[in-house]
Design a protein around this ligand. Structure first.
Ligand SMILES: Cc1ncc(COP(=O)(O)O)c(C=O)c1O
Length: 393
């Protein structure tokens, strides 16, 4: 099948205005997402917010079906929340930690997750065990297996890090966790919509994701998957009248599905937009999309590697559409601004968000150019020539 690039670009109005290589920040949404969100907001204005929610109830239910299909889960195992951090926090803060519980995590763990773990360390006296990388920069499965032998309450892993093209071996980690009956929490924020995900095949118990990145959904959307083993062991850190029912003057009962991790008031328009984004990707096919992203990522790396004074920093045996690089003698922030002035969107992966996977090796702030399936080779050429021009005398 020829990749339908013309159709995808025609469906993406943003490509007429910018070369968007900040998809790991927030991707350009397809028109169907924008129309869905605006359409619902209009209905709220016309007939009232509660009435518009009632009118779209079946479409809202279908959002859970779509997300479940995307990741190989059941709709009852999905909660929609406002971002990936809230999804991850609702699960991890919901674990009944006891003093001395060991949590195993990798060097590429996302900064917000690390901060949360550090708070849990202060609060409950958990022990955070840092599993080393292997020679390819992936989490070391040998080291993980040794630590699991010692014992652990939980393993947390970031599948695709924010500041690296690395793809961590999630399914191998899942298999080890299953063998040791340890809860496996997967941060799939950069992975969902980017690489094919099947929670059964991966063997994760919890998965957190965001809407605005590789799913191309609206900002302020995300979701949480809670598998059966996690459902038994986790309790939402706080409850409201959506997560639980007030059953008597002094009693309440939790919902019997993953929506116990949600709260009542939410952005209905954005949630419908998330569903539209998931359907748009399912129509294209996640495997087709991933093949395109992976090819563009490697093409961009080879264009940048050819430039004298430019270093690509991505690790991993399999590399994603997230490309990180530095330019000799130039700050990443300056390179980013030079590119922005030419309407080429990238972002800066600050060393401060990589205190475990960048800072120890003295890696500076990096420019991050992240491709999506709607990008073109011409756009990669434009980035490469703008980077070449940014090197100065
Ligand atoms: C790997 C990873 N995890 C979690 C997050 C947090 O996602 P959100 O901003 O939706 O909470 C990010 C955001 O960049 C990320 O890259």
């Amino acid at each position: 099948m020829t990749f339908p690039i013309d159709r995808l670009r025609a469906e993406t109005p943003g490509v007429d205005h910018v070369v968007h290589l900040n998809n790991a920040g927030s991707a350009l949404p397809p028109s169907v997402v924008v129309d869905t969100v605006i359409g619902h907001l209009r209905r709220e204005a016309e007939i009232g917010g509660y009435e518009a929610a009632a009118e779209s109830a079946a479409r809202t239910e279908a959002v859970y079906d779509s997300i479940a299909r995307l990741i190989g889960a059941r709709p009852t195992e999905i909660a929609t929340v406002e971002n990936a951090t809230v999804a991850w926090d609702m699960a991890v803060y919901g674990y009944p930690f006891r003093t001395g519980d060991r949590v195993l995590t990798g060097r590429a763990e996302y900064a917000a997750n690390v901060i949360a773990l550090l708070q849990l360390q202060q609060r409950h006296g958990i022990e955070i065990v840092l599993v080393e990388d292997d020679d390819d920069g992936q989490i070391s499965l040998d080291h993980l297996a040794r630590e699991l032998e010692i014992g652990a309450a939980m393993v947390t892993l970031t599948h695709l890090p924010t500041n690296d093209g690395l793809v961590n071996p999630a399914a191998e980690v899942g298999a080890l966790c299953r063998r040791h009956d340890v809860l496996f929490v997967l941060d799939a924020c950069q992975a969902v919509g980017h690489v094919p995900i099947d929670v059964e095949a991966i063997g994760c118990d919890v998965l957190s994701a965001t809407g605005r990145k590789y799913l191309r959904g609206p900002r302020g959307t995300g979701f949480l998957y809670v598998g059966p083993r996690a459902f038994e062991r986790l309790e939402p850190p706080f409850l409201d009248l959506h997560a639980a029912a007030w059953t008597g003057p002094r009693s309440y009962e939790l919902r019997d599905d993953a929506r116990r991790f949600e709260n009542w008031e939410t952005n209905h328009a954005a949630r419908l937009g998330l569903g539209a984004a998931v359907n748009h990707l399912l129509d294209l096919g996640v495997a087709t999309s991933w093949e395109r992203i992976r090819t563009l990522g490697e093409e961009l790396r080879s264009r940048l590697t050819e430039l004298a004074g430019v270093t690509v920093h991505d690790q991993g045996r399999i590399r994603s559409g997230i490309v990180t690089f530095s330019v000799d003698g130039r700050d990443a922030v300056d390179v980013h601004s030079t590119l922005a002035a030419q309407r080429i969107n990238t972002s800066v992966a600050a060393a401060a968000v990589g205190r475990w996977n960048r800072e120890p090796w003295g890696v500076p702030d990096l420019v991050r150019a992240s491709v999506h399936h709607y990008n073109t080779e011409d756009e990669l050429d434009r980035l490469a020539s703008a980077v070449a021009g940014s090197r100065g005398g």
